[in-house]
Design a protein around this ligand. Structure first.
Ligand code: AMP
Length: 448
């Protein structure tokens, strides 16, 4: 029960209004410590309820009578516009019975409108690092009186190349009394450096290890012969699965556009979201999906980051994500807050080793599924190593025959990946023992 926390009654009223009954594990662990003013490092994935875990303590600290605002008291930094918008919404829902005001600063929005908002001085400022720095450079942003700093999805901010910007903004919060850093993964050395620099004797809560995906989400793989076959399977799934809303992930913008085109041609209510879409399109896609006008979203990783849409119960990986963390982020779109979800990955011979690395990384075995109506010939490698990866096939054979189908499972070679079109995936390297696959230049934080 939320009443177990020493939260102000106006916040408990909002919690009740939102029909939150039981705190999630991350909330149960983090809220009491955050209320004590402790610095926190929390490893928790999207969908775990982490936003309320920091928003409620932040609001509790700020709650009080209406007054003229003189300074920003809380800064929440996060990687993408969508996550910023969702966090703002969560803050507004929880603060509905208080006088606390919040504002948002992200790329893709009118700079002057943001400057005007900053002149009114919100209590809580939420935003992405790039635009924050621009507002800071323009002399519109004063962070000197910030008491609480939250770095949400810190691992992702670092992956997207925001380390210096974040560091600079942290440096501006000279009088901060509490810092909370959230990440979906335990991260690499850059995250460790940031934790060491930014947090003061933090409590580390590893509530949701990256390997513990939402247990309510079933994870399946379906083998496919090639991309055209994948499209047939996709069509079958979208026509026959029971779902309210679905998201189809691709690794490239071109693939997202291609699949979107095919779906629209079949009169599906679909939308496409990737880094080349402007902010208006992105908002429209998300709003329509939320309102139910659109049932299927085709998206790349950057674009879908932070999406939180009720009823999103089917995730299809048309392309396998290139790291275990990315897989977790994608699958985190479904099965949120205890709802059932289904995640299906389509696996060609070139995807097999990546898929098996991800299984190992997650310490899980995906359910193998066959659909007789669209069954192909490829069913996985003929021989697998103890690791689950395919036993290598001599390259010469493949080249000579030029017939990939007959070669069985073939490891995705570096070259093949390097030759892919420009990726929309932001993470640069695999982490924590994942297959060391090279990434192409990531999409510039176009999400910014
Ligand atoms: P988050 O991980 O913060 O993005 O939260 C995922 C979703 O779960 C959001 O839609 C929240 O509003 C919802 N949520 C968070 N905590 C709870 C809770 N204790 N009870 C029910 N829903 C929750």
């Amino acid at each position: 029960m939320f009443s177990q926390f020493a939260l102000h009654e106006r916040l408990l009223k909002a919690v009740a209004e939102l029909k939150f009954v039981e705190p999630t594990p991350v909330q149960a662990a983090a809220i009491p410590l955050a209320l004590e003013g402790r610095d926190l490092r929390v490893t928790a994935q999207t969908g775990s309820g982490k936003t309320a875990a920091f928003v409620l303590p932040v609001l509790n600290r700020l709650i009080g009578p209406a007054k003229v605002r003189v300074s920003i008291k809380t800064l929440i930094l996060l990687p993408t516009r969508e996550l910023a918008q969702q966090t703002l919404k969560e803050v507004e829902r929880f603060s509905q019975f208080t006088f606390i005001k919040s504002g948002i600063i992200t790329g893709g929005e009118d700079f002057k409108v943001q400057a005007a908002m900053l002149r009114k001085v919100p209590d809580i400022l939420i935003g992405t690092p790039g635009r924050m720095i621009e507002q800071l450079n323009a002399g519109n942003l004063d962070l000197k009186e910030v008491e609480v700093l939250v770095l949400d999805e810190a691992d992702r901010m670092l992956d997207m190349g925001f380390a210096d910007d974040v560091q600079r903004l942290v440096g501006e919060c000279v009088n901060r009394q509490q810092t909370m850093l959230f990440s979906a993964t335990t991260g690499g050395s850059t995250l460790r450096d940031m934790v060491a620099k930014v947090l003061n004797n933090p409590e580390h809560l590893q509530v949701n290890a990256v390997s513990q995906l939402n247990s309510t989400t079933r994870q399946q793989i379906i083998t496919a012969d090639h991309n055209v076959h994948k499209e047939q399977i996709l069509n079958w799934l979208l026509a026959n699965e029971t779902y309210q809303k679905a998201i189809v992930f691709t690794n490239t913008r071109a693939a997202a556009d291609r699949i979107y085109g095919r779906l629209v041609a079949q009169e599906y209510k679909a939308f496409v979201l990737h880094g080349e879409k402007d902010q208006k399109d992105r908002k429209l896609a998300i709003d329509r999906l939320k309102a139910g006008g659109v049932k299927i979203l085709v998206a790349t990783d950057v674009a879908a980051r932070g999406l939180d849409v009720d009823g999103l119960d089917l995730v299809i990986n048309f392309d396998m994500p290139r790291s275990g963390d990315e897989y977790v982020h994608r699958i985190g779109r479904t099965g949120r807050a205890g709802n059932d979800g289904l995640a299906i990955s389509l696996i060609c011979h070139g995807d097999w080793n990546l898929m098996s690395s991800i299984e190992r990384y997650l310490k899980q075995s995906f359910e193998r599924r066959t659909i007789k109506e669209v069954k192909g010939t490829y069913t996985g490698p003929k021989k697998v190593k103890a690791s689950g990866k395919a036993v290598g096939v001599k390259k010469k054979k493949t080249d000579a025959k030029g017939d990939k189908k007959k070669t069985g499972a073939k490891a995705p070679t570096k070259r093949r990946i390097t030759n892919r079109p420009k990726t929309d995936t932001p993470s640069l390297v695999s982490k924590d023992g994942m297959a060391p696959l090279k990434r192409r230049k990531p999409e510039a934080p176009a999400a910014e």
